[in-house]
Design a binder for this molecule. Structure first.
Ligand SMILES: Nc1ncnc2c1ncn2[C@@H]1O[C@H](COP(=O)(O)OP(=O)(O)O)[C@@H](O)[C@H]1O
Ligand SMILES: [Mg+2]
Length: 286
């Protein structure tokens, strides 16, 4: 059974005002447990609006959202429990930080879940390790930390709830490349070791190609594509015509293919590119 499903999910902002805007238009989506979904699309394509539906922050104007097969807006549905099982990290997660110490901040979620102080402590330390929050920061004020460090604290605060689904809306926006790679690598490790379902919005096709198992492409409030990474990047021409990018290596192989070389055009990592060239060379020898 899919962990996340939407049925004809539609959402309008500012209903009945002159600013009425259809942000999501009949989205039908089915995401299996354990996937790492890279979410891409232009600014304004509906990525954030879609993701905020998955933990019940936004209520559909029409259609349904099902988590673990249950309609989250059905009468009697427990939406507080949903906030613990579907963890959402916003684009500028430092705005999620508000406690006087890093420890208290990371402990906020598990405390709200009603866990014992001993269990809270285990959760805080575990989440801190996963997110790269150092022990020496725990008793400091989070406001004394750098931007990248604050972001790790915010991510730890969500991980401490051990969510079944982890949603990250451009979690590395505005960080330098080293800080960005460090955060993405940690999310990747976490996903691999915990088997959590992860949805990650990123503008970097290189990052998506490297870490995602599936790609969701949003375009003007609709899903343009949803499939495994190679299938989606094999639509490179359509992605480019939507004004989106594809990994550089994909461009290289598309061009080689256009030039008549017998290579597959749907290559999206350098490693695959290397193997594809070796395969073609080998075929020539025989
Ligand atoms: N709070 C809001 N009020 C009115 N319109 C909004 C609001 N948030 C987003 N929108 C509009 O909804 C559409 C989708 O926005 P959003 O989900 O933020 O897209 P993305 O995350 O892909 O940039 C855009 O046209 C945006 O202008
Ligand atoms: Mg957004």
């Amino acid at each position: 059974m899919p962990i996340i499903q939407t049925e004809d999910l539609t959402y309008l902002y500012g209903v009945g005002t002159p600013f009425e805007k259809t942000a999501l238009n009949h989205i039908n989506l089915s995401i299996e447990e354990g996937e790492f979904v890279g979410v891409i699309g232009h600014t304004g394509s509906g990525k954030s609006t879609l993701l905020q539906h998955f933990n019940g922050l936004i209520k559909p104007s029409a259609g349904r959202v099902l988590i673990d097969g249950k309609d989250i807006w059905e009468k009697g549905a427990n939406r507080q429990a949903l906030r613990f099982s579907v963890g959402l990290v916003f684009q500028y997660p430092e705005y999620q930080i508000f406690e006087e110490t890093v420890y208290k901040d990371v402990a906020f979620g598990p405390r709200n879940m009603g866990l014992s102080e001993k269990e809270v402590d285990i959760r805080v330390r575990e989440a801190a390790t996963f997110s790269g929050v150092e022990d020496s920061w725990l008793e400091k004020s989070p406001f004394a930390l750098s931007g990248g460090q604050k972001r790790r604290v915010a991510i730890a605060g969500v991980l401490a709830m051990r969510p079944k689904v982890l949603i990250l809306d451009e979690p590395a926006a505005g960080l330098d490349p080293r800080g960005r790679d460090a955060i993405l690598d940690r999310i990747c490790d976490y996903q691999r070791t915990q088997g959590t379902t992860v949805l990650l919005v990123s503008h970097s096709m290189e990052d998506i190609a490297r870490i995602a198992t599936r790609v969701l492409v949003m375009d003007k409030g609709s899903t343009a594509f949803y499939g495994d990474v190679s299938t989606v990047f094999s639509h490179a021409k359509e992605l480019l015509s939507m004004g989106l990018d594809v990994p550089q290596i994909t461009r290289v192989f598309m061009r080689l293919h256009e030039m008549g070389l017998p290579v597959q055009p749907s290559i999206y990592t350098v490693e695959q590119g290397k193997n594809e060239i070796l395969r073609v060379l080998k075929e020539r020898e025989t």
